[in-house]
Design a protein around this ligand. Structure first.
Ligand code: TRP
Ligand code: ZN
Length: 910
């Protein structure tokens, strides 16, 4: 099924926003649920919008059969309205209107998973962003907010459970084997937050007392066999409710809050009012089936959707260009929630590092490619393509910068004012900024550029110590590369958190030249200063600096920028050992590792292509051996980290993890995926060799016997133990093979079992094929585990295109389920760069085949895959030519969705 067949996609511009011509007060809907054809009767009470000059009613609808249309009780004749593509216009209408619309949809045929669809025999809806128009004709735009009453009718046996938003106000029997349920949502909402669920489901439920003493009903709905996997989601929901009360003073506004899990879903989850619908991946967990990372993701996503109840639902977006208003803010809130759940300072730092890794891995490349867009974009073709890491993760960084600039209390004041002003409204990013400004009396006009300018700013930092005057100058120069449609960039308002370390590694007292008081007498001023860079070039002078410091710049990653600073290897090792800011401690190690990896990549580059086969291998080893002296310091630094008893295991694990291949790729001028892979693998084996005994010690020191718990401490230990295992396995000797096999066989939880399986699969261990087939047999009935099984093979060092095509023939593989398609195809195209970018271009042919095939099933998912070639201009000319041909082949395919067309057109134009 298509979103928008054939038509040349047109661009929607932010500047063209106009208020809706009619406002809607109430919506009553009746559904006769039938998988083949569902009848939807809708009664809309509307009135002319005094704020609009436009006349006439505009309704949107897609893939609908219009049965009847009545205006104020009178059936409209075809001459009285215009039905044109996705738009139904009634040019002449009175000021007050009651519209009655009957439409038919075909849920079973709906593979796009937008609108009303069937998954495993049950009904679900997905309306964000523009799915409601696949259910009925409606002014389907977020600035039209209304109260909804929904009547669901269906066969009682097949669909015993009938859910929609808000409160259940009536239910009963219809006599003919069918039953009904009537739901009323007391809050005004935009159509994208509408939802219904119907089918054979069961729930875990609990009464929960709010801080105010009010009791609410919490439910987690799943298929019958999954009731043993809902406890963690329920716990996460309760924690989210408590956290939002405590941190932001925000209370759950409903008497009933439901989460429903569905196996076929385009994204992570959806915040429909009172009826959150989740990808099973972000609900279901028990120790045998879910990893520590799954547990953490469930907590984060449950939190995210719950927090939307205020940031998104009570205050929503005026138009989809403002999407980051709710998404960036809600990601920031879920990040803070996860950090607070860990509690300790180092736990918070681990969460921060994880979040920055995602930003660098995914958002920086997006910001440097054909799809680069600002946090509040100016134009789009298909809004589904703008649910991006820029809107979400960079948007969260922008929100975080307010908190860094205003302090926690100032930020909270801004939030309070935001809700006071805008509760029940659909607003814009500028309204959020205005609330922050007005609550704090600050000028943040330049800060607006974070919303309007795309691209990752670059920060060049130089320092100068004057031993006579005891001054220390920090000079910063900012710049930003051009992005599509934006040639000229103006300076950003960048908060740069700075600390200075003395020769023993202690924080020095800080005093800026502009500061009157001596911070040595005022400890409140602390050891970190947030410098506000607003010009293209600016120098900040610290005074009374007793000795030449080692600077710690951009602490806690205080702004989403790339920072360039001239550290020596010794300074980096010093920072890694001493910085009181854990983020910068980790960062120093990453910088040190990146240096080794760049030298090694260049060595590998020179060898690849000059020799073949064994000759190449020997030459490579020789070249790398000569380059490897750089990594001796790294091994030593890692050893210190591994045995620093003051550090959390989770932090140690992050500190000894090398930058990923895609982060390294982003730092190359011309990406050579095979060289990067060879270099990284080589360095890992080298470290495994040099640190061999240490890794064994770390492995045994971090076992977690006894009952499984997903808490941060235990999860950190498992992560550290398993990173030790993966290093040892890169040494690829018999002892480590035995260790991995032993861990696999004896594992009592999925974290350890899966880590062992990954390690085996990427090694030459004799038992690896058996382990893979055993794993499949053991978990064949658990779709989420089978997704892991496909994903791990998609990413394996040994999986080339042929192997992946072979796996697609497996009976358990299907393109129709997004999780399954992502597990194998996306993991190969996005996370197996050395094989995907095979010199013969076979990876690109595979990619084009799958984009085209997926587009016939689910355009949204296809468009995500299409983005795997975003960075094609950054590769050598040989690979570039082949990527261009693959892009052109997709572009030339008839009847592409506008989702895929937009991505491919932009890539080719880049
Ligand atoms: N608003 C959802 C979230 O932030 C995102 C989402 C879920 C979505 N499903 C979607 C967006 C389908 C577009 C299409 O969690
Ligand atoms: Zn969201």
């Amino acid at each position: 099924m298509r979103n928008d067949p054939a038509a040349t996609p047109s661009t929607i511009y932010r500047k063209d926003y106009i208020a809706p011509s009619y406002l809607v007060d109430t919506v009553e809907m009746g559904f006769d649920l039938d998988p083949v054809s569902t009848r939807v009767a809708t009664r809309i009470v509307m009135r002319r919008n005094p704020a609009s000059l436009a006349k006439g009613i505009v309704l949107l609808g897609e893939e609908l059969e219009l049965v009847t249309l009545r205006l104020n009780g009178k059936r409209l004749k075809p001459a009285q309205y215009l039905l044109d593509g996705g738009m139904l216009r009634i040019p002449l209408a009175p000021a007050k209107v009651i519209l009655e619309i009957e439409t038919l949809t075909q849920p079973e045929k709906n593979t796009s998973l937008m609108g009303l669809y069937v998954s495993n025999g049950n009904f679900f809806t997905q309306c964000e962003a523009e799915g409601f128009r696949k259910i009925t004709y409606f002014p389907d735009r977020p600035d039209v907010m209304a109260k909804y009453t929904v009547m669901l009718r269906a066969d009682r046996k097949k669909y015993p459970v009938l859910l929609s938003n808000g409160n259940l106000i009536e239910k009963g029997d219809l006599g003919d084997g069918r039953h009904y349920a009537k739901w009323e949502d007391p809050f005004k909402k935009p159509s994208y937050l509408f939802a219904l669920v119907a089918g054979k489901l069961v729930c875990q439920q609990e009464k929960y007392m709010l801080k105010s003493g009010r009791k609410v009903l919490l439910q987690v709905w799943v298929e019958k066999g999954n009731l043993d996997k809902t406890q963690h989601a329920m716990d996460s929901l309760k924690n989210s409710i408590r956290w939002d009360e405590e941190r932001f003073g925000l209370e759950l506004d409903l008497d009933r809050f439901m989460i429903v899990a569905v196996g076929d879903f385009n994204m992570g989850a959806m915040e429909n009012k009172g009826l959150n619908i989740f990808n099973t991946k972000f609900v279901l967990a028990n120790p045998e089936l879910a990893t520590d990372v799954d547990y953490a993701n469930i907590e984060a996503v449950v939190g995210h959707e719950y927090f939307h109840n205020w940031t998104g639902n009570r205050v929503t977006c005026r138009d989809w260009f403002q999407l980051s208003l709710k998404e960036g803010l809600t990601v920031f809130r879920d990040q803070e929630f996860s950090a607070d759940m860990v509690g300790t300072d180092s736990g918070r730092a681990v969460k921060r590092i994880d979040d920055v890794r995602v930003l660098r891995q995914a958002q920086f490349p997006e910001d440097a490619g054909p799809m680069a867009h600002s946090v509040r974009p100016d134009a789009y073709v298909e809004i589904n393509n703008f649910y991006t890491v820029t809107i979400y993760e960079k948007g969260a960084e922008v929100v975080r910068m307010y908190q860094t600039l205003l302090g926690r209390d100032g930020f909270r004041k801004g939030m309070d004012l935001y809700f006071k002003r805008h509760d029940g409204q659909a607003v814009a990013c500028d309204d959020f900024r205005a609330a922050m400004v007005d609550a704090n009396g600050r000028d943040l006009s330049q800060f607006e550029r974070w919303y309007s300018q795309a691209g990752t700013p670059k920060l060049q930092v130089t320092t100068h110590y004057d031993a006579l005057k005891k001054t220390y100058d920090v000079t910063m120069v900012q710049s930003c590369q051009t992005t599509p449609g934006q040639k000229k960039k103006l300076p950003f308002h960048i908060p740069v958190a700075v600390g200075l370390l003395d020769q023993h590694g202690f924080d020095m007292p800080l005093r800026l030249k502009s500061e009157a008081i001596n911070p040595a007498q005022d400890p409140a001023l602390g050891i970190t200063r947030v410098l506000e860079l607003t010009k293209a070039k600016q120098t900040f002078r610290f005074i009374d600096v007793a000795e030449k410091p080692v600077p710690s710049i951009l602490r806690n990653f205080s702004a989403p920028v790339v920072m360039d600073i001239d550290y020596t290897d010794a300074e980096l090792a010093f920072l890694l050992a001493h910085d009181s800011d854990p983020f910068n401690r980790w960062e120093a190690g990453q910088r040190l590792a990146t240096r080794s990896l760049i030298v090694l990549t260049n060595a590998a580059k020179n060898v690849i292509g000059t020799a073949d086969g064994t000759a190449r291998k020997t030459a490579m080893t020789a070249a790398m051996n000569s380059a490897v002296s750089n990594s001796a310091a790294l091994a030593e630094a890692f050893r210190i980290i591994l045995f620093d008893g003051t550090l959390d295991a989770a932090f140690q694990e992050l500190a000894v993890t090398l930058p990923s291949e895609s982060v390294l790729a982003e730092q190359s001028d011309v990406i050579d995926p095979q060289a990067i892979h060879a270099a990284r693998h080589y360095l890992r084996s080298k470290l495994a060799h040099v640190l061999n005994e240490d890794l064994w010690v770390v492995y045994y020191a971090n076992e977690t016997p006894g009952d499984y718990s997903p808490d941060a401490l235990a999860a950190g230990k498992r992560a550290l133990k398993n990173v030790a295992l993966s290093y040892l396995m890169d040494g690829d000797d018999a002892d480590s093979h035995i260790l991995a096999q032993h861990q696999y066989d004896g594992a009592t939880n999925m974290t350890d079992r899966f880590a062992a399986l990954v390690a085996l699969t990427n090694s030459s261990a004799p038992g690896k094929a058996d382990a893979l087939s055993q794993f499949y047999a053991d978990f064949a009935k658990e779709p989420l585990v089978i997704d892991k099984w496909f994903a791990l093979q998609g990413m394996a060092r040994t999986s080339d295109v042929a192997a992946v095509r072979q796996l697609m023939q497996h009976p358990a593989f299907t393109l129709n389920n997004p999780n399954r398609a992502r597990s194998l195809i996306f993991s190969f195209c996005n996370n197996n760069p050395a094989n995907f970018h095979a010199a013969d271009g076979s990876g690109y042919t595979f990619w084009a085949d799958q984009v085209i095939a997926l587009d016939n099933v689910n355009p949204q998912v296809a468009a995500r895959l299409a983005r795997a070639l975003d960075r094609w201009r950054k590769y050598g000319s040989g690979l570039q030519d082949q990527m261009r041909s693959a892009l052109q082949r997709v572009a030339a395919t008839p009847d592409l969705s506008k989702d895929v067309q937009e991505v491919i057109t932009k890539a080719l134009a880049y």
